[in-house]
Design a protein. Structure first.
Length: 301
């Protein structure tokens, strides 16, 4: 890694740590969302550095759809144990069982969108006034509209036209009862920045990000991992391919890419040359042109 890249990553690290410390200072009950994906892993790593040698002064929370990769859950539990942090888990299954949401049916059913209700219920349950997430502006056009401190109304909803200006890194966290904020410490990072930072910091990552053989099927041009709870369409067939995942989420909508990248160095080189965004393989974003923005307005992260 050259000197320019090192300086660039150190600047991004400093900015992210500043945002995390601002959230801890300005809010009474912050939480950091943790999915076990690369962005939340980086964010949690930055939080650990922000408060070292002390402990992270807020809990981490995972909204579990129940359809996560087994590798993700195993990594999550070990990471939290090594970090010495407090983990809160809230499940979409509980939201279904309590009647808060209705599970989709059919081959294209997904629990990904149902996470919104589980997340907002958890925010209300613990009275969190700020929730930090690992979203980045380069991921998707709706994400690009976000500020570092993103205001949510009393219903947990996002209005992109009703956000506070952020001048000279001054952040306005004033809110009324019942309202809360989302905060995005690595908003200015790119996918390549994330992987170069992982390489620089030597952060251990879930095996899903590296090339491996897996049973998959193709739907609407997206390579999906096969699982028992996924119903195939008549024309779809399961086959074994050598793949890896650029983003990790609910199995029903997280697309894989065929790739030989078996090391972090391989992944950095691959990401540097790719012309497809990492969310280009997300089936949930293909439901409509404004799928992400619509979900965000309802309270999705």
């Amino acid at each position: 890694m050259n000197h320019y890249s090192m300086n660039h990553l150190k600047q991004l690290e400093s900015e992210a740590i500043y945002i995390i410390r601002e959230v801890a200072a300005q809010f009474e009950r912050p939480v950091m969302l943790f999915s076990g994906g690369k962005d939340s892993i980086c964010m949690a790593h930055l939080a650990k550095k922000a408060f070292y040698p002390g402990t992270v002064p807020f809990p981490l929370m995972h909204v579990d759809t129940g359809h996560n990769f087994d590798e993700t859950i195993e990594y999550r539990d070990q990471f939290i144990k090594d970090m010495g942090a407090k983990l809160i888990v809230r499940t979409v299954q509980d939201s279904i069982d309590s009647g808060r949401v209705k599970e989709e049916t059919g081959p294209r059913a997904s629990r990904n969108g149902l996470q919104t209700v589980t997340l907002l219920d958890a925010v209300n349950e613990f009275k969190f006034d700020a929730a930090m997430g690992g979203a980045r502006r380069d991921e998707e056009k709706a994400r690009a509209k976000e500020r570092f401190f993103s205001f949510r109304d009393a219903f947990g909803q996002w209005d992109p036209k009703n956000q506070r200006p952020e001048l000279w890194n001054l952040f306005n966290a004033r809110k009324n009862m019942g309202e809360h904020f989302r905060a995005f410490p690595i908003s200015n990072w790119t996918e390549l920045d994330v992987w170069q930072y992982i390489a620089m910091e030597k952060i251990e990552m879930p095996s899903l990000y590296y090339s491996h053989k897996r049973d998959v099927f193709v739907r609407d041009g997206v390579i999906l991992a096969h699982a028992d709870f996924m119903e195939l369409l008549p024309e779809e067939k399961v086959e074994t391919r050598t793949v890896r995942f650029r983003t990790i989420g609910d199995m029903t909508c997280t697309g894989a890419v065929e790739s030989p990248a078996a090391t972090i160095e391989d992944i950095v080189a691959e990401v540097a040359y790719t012309r497809t965004t990492e969310r280009g393989g997300r089936a949930d974003d293909k439901r409509s042109e404004a799928a992400m923005e619509d979900r965000k307005k309802q309270g999705y992260f």
